[in-house]
Design a protein around this ligand. Structure first.
Ligand code: KG4
Ligand code: ZN
Length: 341
């Protein structure tokens, strides 16, 4: 079954064609990052307008790259929350129009569930999937959630961030250090091959599966202020760069240590058969390497391009919804604060 997956919840206009939930036929993404960079973050109204400009070309491009046409699309899946209301509306209305004209099912996908299903895009090799229950970590710009997945469509939220999401913390930390937006890749690059001597705090919130990153962010701010990095003082450029690298590495070490430890603890406690990572932060190279090295159970980590927002994950998730008989009517609405589990 060929499904068109559409994602417009934030700042990527993304469309993909997915076959049978596991095989990626095309995956195109129009990123707005260059536009939002100048504001240091995503501007909702600008995002919606860009989606309107990009959505039609992206649908055509996705069909073209998959060597297919609308007539061969058997269902349309779209993210309907959580996210920015005006941004979500563009994708949802496009999906409704296509489903209506083509006379095919319409499937509404929770963006977070989509991030989980990126792990199913394994070129159609179900025998490599570890089975349920799975412990899922979703770490993105808006969420840091630990979710127990008991079966397709069955979720229990075990823990979440009490303040900043991990991606939000990366973005704020990058701003403090004078690095660009989005902060995650900038911090990763600055920290590359740096062995941090400094140790920034870790919030363990023992006895819970929750996270907190705001204390770490404040500790980083105080260190940056003490080192004259924030606000930027007059200093030798080489020295400034060295301090930024050191603090970027110390920050990344702290986030990765907490996320990996808490994810594996939750997996052990709930006797998970595997761990699934999803969301932009799980594109982080140190996080990927550390969890693979520390885990004694299978860890499914999609390639980085499927960890950040994309339409493929929406198409994959839509397939499994349809397999369970779930589809929506044309009254499907957006829900900016849709929850999972
Ligand atoms: O999942 P995503 O693309 O969009 C949301 O659903 O929020 O996640 C975006 C977040 C941003 O905060 C970005 O800084 C972070 O993911 N991110 C990373 C990396 N790549 C993206 N964080 C750490 N390391 C990375 N390599
Ligand atoms: Zn996302």
């Amino acid at each position: 079954m060929r499904i068109l997956g559409i994602e417009t919840s934030c700042d990527e206009t993304a469309v993909a064609v997915v076959e049978d939930g596991r095989r990626l036929l095309s995956n195109v993404i129009a990123s707005q990052v260059e536009i939002h960079r100048r504001y240091g973050g995503v501007v909702p109204e600008v995002a919606s307008r860009q989606h309107i400009i990009q959505i039609m070309p992206m649908v055509s491009e996705a069909l073209g790259q998959a060597n297919t046409s609308l007539g061969n699309i058997e269902a349309v899946a779209v993210t309907h929350g959580p996210g920015l209301a005006g941004a979500l509306l563009v994708g949802v209305n496009m999906a409704k129009g296509l489903a209506l004209v083509l006379g095919v099912p319409l499937v509404g996908v929770n963006h977070l569930e989509g991030h989980i299903y990126a792990a199913w895009l394994n070129d159609g090799r179900p025998e490599e999937e570890p089975g349920f229950p799975l412990l899922c970590l979703i770490a993105s710009g808006g969420h840091t959630d630990l979710i127990l997945m008991k079966g397709h469509g069955e979720y229990k939220l075990l823990g979440r961030t009490r303040d900043d999401a991990a991606g939000e913390a990366f973005d704020k930390a990058a701003r403090i250090l004078g690095l660009g937006f989005p902060g995650g890749p900038e911090i990763q690059q600055a920290a590359e091959n740096v062995q941090a001597n400094e140790r920034l705090p870790r919030a363990w919130l023992k006895g819970t599966h929750d996270f907190s990153f705001s204390g770490l962010k404040t500790a980083l701010l105080h260190r940056a202020q003490a080192a004259d990095l924030y606000p930027p003082g007059d200093m030798d450029e080489g020295m400034r760069k060295g301090m930024v690298k050191e603090l970027a590495a110390a920050f990344q070490d702290s986030v990765v240590d907490v996320i990996v430890t808490k994810t594996l603890d939750a997996a052990a406690e709930h006797k998970a058969r595997g761990v699934v990572l999803g969301g932009g932060v799980t594109a982080n190279a140190l996080l990927r390497a550390t969890i693979q090295a520390s885990a004694d159970l299978p860890v499914l980590i999609p390639p980085p391009v499927l960890c950040t927002d994309n339409g493929a994950m929406v198409g994959a998730c839509g397939y499994f919804h349809l397999s369970c008989g779930r589809e929506e009517g044309l009254d499907l609405d957006v829900d900016p604060s849709l929850v999972l589990g």
